[in-house]
Write a protein that binds this ligand. Structure first.
Ligand code: DP6
Length: 321
């Protein structure tokens, strides 16, 4: 009763920020993302009658407290699907630092869902896997399907899931991640989500979001990179405005984040077409066309204080290894 799965992290182009149901992790709005080829989680899950408790290890550290509880809750969900109550041993490894704004909860819960359901021999559809992953971490539902993904907000647990809108090879765009921080963030996204209502801008954000989803889907369909880039930047600033105006405020950007944002604007004026997006952390995702990757990397290397650069292609979703 053992299985191993890998799942990619994903970068949201239209963001999930705010939940209409916290325990079900139903999002306030739909979102659009792309799975990332170079940042992923590999998780093995083994159920056995011999295990007396659930054991969870992430990146070599034995989980305890809230982290452990969250994984156990997720295992319970999958155990109840299978009607089996054996305890499990979970060993999970990220190939990127946790809690830095690269969504480790997305790849983590997608890989856990996939591995645990396979280990229990559940034959689940992609939709069902996405629903289950969502219950562990909202954005994890987008790491199950391939390539470019849409998460339908839905009105119930069963109707809120993600599906592929284009395969990974549909469009040769790249996400060049500029890692500026590798310390775990002070406020998790789970806690951040609960603050949205306190921002005076949240309602306004929701009013325009469906139109934005339509527009970005059109930009994707027509492969209009300029339009696409303009939408993702506006959207990232919009979400971070809600974060910064929440009570208490959430500042995920650092001075370095802002320096990179400004540099990207300068590059565009000089003819290098690149755009930024940022999740719940200080790292900047620089989105560009494949042909411009080397130039983007070269420019990023000129900025002092960037700790690492990771070039991602669009990727497949979660897989059994
Ligand atoms: C800013 O999916 O991490 O990355 O459901 O509480 O685990 P939980 O939240 P999570 O939130 C992701 C927020 C975001 C935007 C996005 O990925 O859409």
């Amino acid at each position: 009763m053992k299985a191993v799965a890998t799942a990619p992290a994903n970068i949201a182009f239209i963001k999930f920020w705010g939940k209409k149901d916290e325990s079900l992790r139903l999002p306030a709005n739909g979102s659009i993302s792309m799975n990332l080829s170079e940042v992923n989680t590999r998780t093995s899950v083994e159920f056995s009658i011999d295990y007396k408790t659930d054991y969870v290890e992430i990146d070599g550290n034995v989980s305890e407290g809230k982290e452990l509880e969250r994984v156990i809750r997720h295992l319970d969900l999958i155990r109840s699907e299978a009607g089996i109550n054996f305890k499990a041993k979970v060993v999970s490894k990220n190939n990127f630092p946790k809690g830095t704004g690269i969504a480790s909860s997305a790849s983590g819960f997608a890989a856990l869902t996939m591995a645990a359901s396979k280990a229990l021999n559940l034959k689940l559809s992609e939709k069902k896997l996405s629903v289950l992953a969502r219950l562990g971490s909202g954005s994890a539902c987008r790491s199950i399907p391939d390539g470019f993904v849409q998460w339908k907000e839905g009105r119930s647990s069963e109707s809120s899931y993600a599906y592929s809108i284009y395969p990974p090879d549909y469009w040769k765009i790249r996400d060049v991640i500029a890692l500026v921080g590798d310390v775990s963030k002070k406020v998790s996204s789970t806690e951040g989500h609960t603050r949205v209502e306190s921002s005076p801008f949240f309602k306004a954000r929701l009013l325009s979001i469906n139109h934005k989803i339509k527009e970005i889907k059109h930009a994707l369909k027509t492969k209009n990179f300029t339009k696409f880039g303009e939408i993702i930047e506006e959207e990232a600033i919009n979400m971070h405005s809600v974060m910064m105006t929440s009570c208490p405020p959430l500042f995920y950007w650092t001075a370095k984040t802002f320096e990179i944002i400004q540099a990207i604007g300068d590059w565009r004026e000089e003819g290098l077409e690149a755009y930024f997006t940022i999740d719940a952390g200080p790292n900047v995702h620089v989105i560009c066309l494949e042909k411009d990757v080397d130039m983007v990397k070269r420019r990023l290397l000129q900025i002092k204080g960037i700790k690492n650069i990771i070039v991602n292609k669009p990727s497949f979703g979660a897989r059994i290894v």
